[in-house]
Structures are given as structure tokens and as C-alpha cells.
Ligand binder design. Structure first.
Ligand code: NDP
Ligand code: MG
Length: 404
């Protein structure tokens, strides 16, 4: 049974219909995650400017209920329908509409009262609701980079058609965005910084035996498990190259990944005269989240400030694509184009999870992704339906390779 906003006698936005208040109404897809909870901190710090209109989660219904009680959104969605009864019962005393299922995620973002949608879900699952939000004309605060990796060209086409802006939340892309604010000249080069992750200095032999627990200890950022593993393998940086290509219209040979272990320079842009503009700051995702919400304004924050006199050693290195082959595979997928980045993303979701669960060794992840790229059906100009098919096929192939 489905409990969606389009079901009869349920009107998700009726509780506040007709009394649109001033704060920007934000739908957070994935409010229980790392980005989602930090977004709620930003909203809590600026109640006069922002309000949570829609909150969603996949499994963690108890945390979702707690968030709903605190932020009083008009609607909540639990993607995993098994938790619907528990969530509904726990919020029964409140005027909050409760829905379940993946389709409901697409429907709640369309509500007329929603002013901006923060895509903070993880993985390919973020694609359908992002498309639904764009088609409903909602500005996107984009954290879910997998959406751009899988279908950047399609998303850009839809954004043009529906005249919808994408505001980057990923710290590097926010830095690039901030560096081009006010510029009228094209970008000559993007300098995409990378921390290098916990294994930056490891030899290939050491990488053979690293464990999930070691990979989960990121030196600078506290993030969800999937992106933390992607950071350790540097697939995350590969995905960010793809994300940058589609967000800023810059070809991959003009996107230079630079390893910068201190994560102070969040990324930079070089222009035709050789000038380079960068954005710096303490590593804190609430900064780009808040800017995506408040753009073009900047709001006050109590977040830590950079201490210039303790930064003695800002260093920059060339990435090593021999040890971190995932980065090379991401570049290669861009070169091939079509559905190849979608294939890489799907295979990566399979091996990422398998590594976390101890079913795949660290270096094996790149092997399986590469072999999936060779086996999956290549489509030069994929449609939305092709992406859905590709995702399924590549997952199947990667899962088979994992077993054999
Ligand atoms: P988390 O794993 O911490 O949170 C993911 C959120 O999405 C949770 O609310 C989770 O619900 C929900 N979710 C997961 N799978 C599904 C699904 N199939 N359907 C519906 N909801 C789902 O991830 P992060 O916050 O770390 O990352 C979110 C996105 O932001 C990713 O795309 C990541 O690459 C990107 N990003 C993250 C950064 C960070 O600092 N964390 C930095 C830059 C980008 P539940 O809690 O119930 O499982
Ligand atoms: Mg990033």
C-alpha cells in the first residue's frame, strides 16, 4: 500500500495553505544524514530566514520524528515503507502529513509552498526526486553529486527548460561558484582541491590490507559512510570532476585535481590573465549549505574563523592515479561520455557497500568498476529511461563480478 501525497484525501500542504510566511521554505531530502542534520542547524540558527517545509529519510524514522517535532514541517516522508506505521503513529498528535515510498519523495518536492530543495540523499536514488523538483520549477541546493555524475547533461537540459538554478553545496563546487561570482569572463582552469583522504601517503602494498574502519577515519571532514569511503578511494574526487564539468561547463582537461591535505583552500579558478581566485575557510559544510540557502546574500554565522597565524603549512601535491585508480576511471568515463559515468556510479555503489561490509578489498573496488565499464551496454545519448536501465544493469554486473 502506498501513502503518497497524491493519495485521495491527503493534502500535504493544506496545514499552512494561504498563510505563506516570510522564511524561505526548504525541503530537505535526506534530513537525517550528515548534510541534512547540518542543514537543520543552519535553519535553526536563522528561524526568521529559513523554515523546514519537508523532511525525509530512508530508514531512521525515529530521528526523522524527532526532527519533525522540533521543526514542524508540513510533511515528512520515510522512503522505506516498512517504517510508515511507526512514523505515522509517533507524529499522530501533530498537524504533519506523513508519507512513505520513493514516489512520495518526488511528489512532496512539487508542493507550491516549497521554495528550495536540498538534495542530501545519497546515491542514484537522488536522481528521480531531483528531476521532479526541477520540473516543478524549484531551485536546487545540490549536495547529491551522484545526480550530476549519472545524468549531468540531462539535468542541465531540464534546468534550462524549466529555468531552474542549481546552487552547489559540495564544498569544492561552492568554492568555484564563489570564485566566479561577479566574473563575466570564462574560466581558463578549475583547480579542484582534494584532501587525499586517510590513505594519501600509503603505498600500494599498504592499500592491499586497509580496512573499512581505517577508511572511515577521514582526516578533515565528518561525513556519511558512503562518501567517506569514496574519499578514501578518491572516487569522490573523480565524481567531483564530473560534477564540475556539468555545473560550470568546463572540459575535464581544464579541471586539475590538486591534493591539499589541510582542506583550507576549498578550490580555485584561474582566468585568462593568469589570475587565480580561491575560496578558503575552516572545513565546515554548514558554510556552503547556508550560502546555497541565502544566495545571493551572506548571513552571519558563529562558525569557526580561519586563524591565519596557525596555518604554517598549506601544501599542494599532484594526485597519484596509479594508487588511486578510481580517479583515473572517472576521468575516463567522462572521456567516453554517454551513460559511462552512470555505469561507473552504479558499480561504485556496489563495491563501496561491499567494501564497507568486508566483502571486497580496497584495491579490488577499482578492478570491478573497470570491468563493469567494459561489460555494460554503452549508450551514446541516453534518455532518462536508459539511465534507469543502465543503473540496474551495471549493478547486476558489478555484483556478479564481486561474487566470482
Ligand atoms: P548520509 O549517509 O549521512 O545521509 C544520507 C541521507 O539520505 C539520510 O537522510 C538517509 O536516510 C537518506 N537516504 C539514503 N538512501 C536513501 C534512499 N534510497 N531513499 C531515500 N533516502 C535515502 O550522507 P551524506 O549526508 O554524507 O551525503 C548526502 C549527499 O551529499 C551524498 O550525495 C554526498 O555525496 C553529498 N555530499 C556530502 C558531504 C558531506 O560532508 N557529508 C559533502 C559533499 C557532498 P537514513 O538516515 O534514514 O538512512
Ligand atoms: Mg566535496
Amino acid at each position: 500500500m502506498k501513502y503518497t501525497p497524491h493519495s485521495k484525501d491527503q493534502t500535504p500542504f493544506s496545514p499552512r495553505e494561504g498563510q505563506r510566511s516570510e522564511p524561505k521554505q526548504i525541503a530537505i531530502l535526506g534530513s537525517t544524514g550528515s548534510i541534512g542534520t547540518q542543514a537543520l542547524q543552519v535553519i535553526a540558527a536563522h528561524p526568521d530566514r529559513f523554515a523546514a517545509r519537508v523532511l525525509t529519510a530512508n530508514n531512521r524514522w525515529e530521528l526523522l520524528a524527532e526532527q519533525a517535532r522540533q521543526f514542524m514541517p508540513a510533511a515528512v516522508v520515510i522512503a522505506n515503507e516498512n517504517y510508515y506505521p511507526a512514523l505515522r503513529d509517533s507524529l499522530a498528535d501533530l498537524p504533519i502529513a506523513v508519507y512513505a515510498g520513493a514516489d512520495a519523495l518526488c511528489q512532496v518536492v512539487e508542493g507550491t509552498e516549497v521554495d528550495i530543495v536540498l538534495t542530501a540523499m545519497v546515491g542514484f536514488a537522488g536522481l528521480p526526486p531531483t528531476i521532479a523538483a526541477i520540473k516543478a520549477g524549484k531551485p536546487i541546493a545540490l549536495a547529491n553529486k551522484e545526480t550530476m555524475v549519472v545524468a549531468g547533461e540531462l539535468i542541465n537540459g531540464l534546468c534550462r527548460k524549466y529555468q531552474v538554478p542549481i546552487l552547489p553545496v559540495d564544498s569544492e563546487h561552492s568554492a568555484i561558484f564563489q570564485s566566479i561570482m561577479g566574473e563575466v569572463s570564462p574560466i581558463e582552469r578549475i583547480i579542484l582541491t582534494a584532501s587525499g583522504g586517510p590513505f594519501r601517503t600509503f603505498t600500494r602494498e599498504q592499500l592491499e590490507t586497509v580496512t573499512p574502519a581505517m577508511a572511515l577515519k577521514h582526516p578533515n571532514w565528518d561525513m556519511g559512510a558512503k562518501i567517506t569511503i569514496d574519499s578514501a578511494s578518491m572516487m569522490n574526487k573523480g565524481f567531483e570532476v564530473i560534477e564540475a564539468k556539468w555545473l560550470f561547463g568546463v572540459e575535464p582537461d581544464r579541471i586539475q585535481v590538486v591534493v591539499h591535505p589541510q582542506s583550507v583552500v576549498h578550490s580555485a579558478v584561474q582566468f585568462a590573465d593568469g589570475a587565480v581566485k580561491a575560496q578558503l575557510g575552516v572545513p565546515d559544510m554548514r558554510v556552503p549549505i547556508q550560502l546555497a540557502f541565502s544566495f545571493p546574500e551572506r548571513l552571519h554565522s558563529d562558525f569557526d574563523r580561519l586563524d591565519w597565524f596557525t596555518m604554517h603549512d598549506l601544501t599542494f601535491e599532484r594526485p597519484d592515479t596509479e594508487r588511486f585508480r578510481c580517479l583515473a576511471l572517472a576521468y575516463e568515463s567522462l572521456q567516453q561520455g554517454g551513460n559511462m559515468p552512470c555505469i561507473v556510479n552504479a558499480a561504485n555503489e556496489i563495491v563501496n557497500r561491499a567494501f564497507l561490509e568486508g566483502r571486497c578489498r580496497f584495491l579490488e573496488m577499482a578492478d570491478i568498476i573497470e570491468r563493469t565499464m567494459q561489460r555494460a551496454t554503452f549508450i551514446k545519448q541516453p534518455s532518462y529511461e536508459d539511465y534507469l536501465e543502465t543503473d540496474k544493469e551495471a549493478r547486476r554486473i558489478a555484483a556478479q563480478l564481486l561474487q566470482s
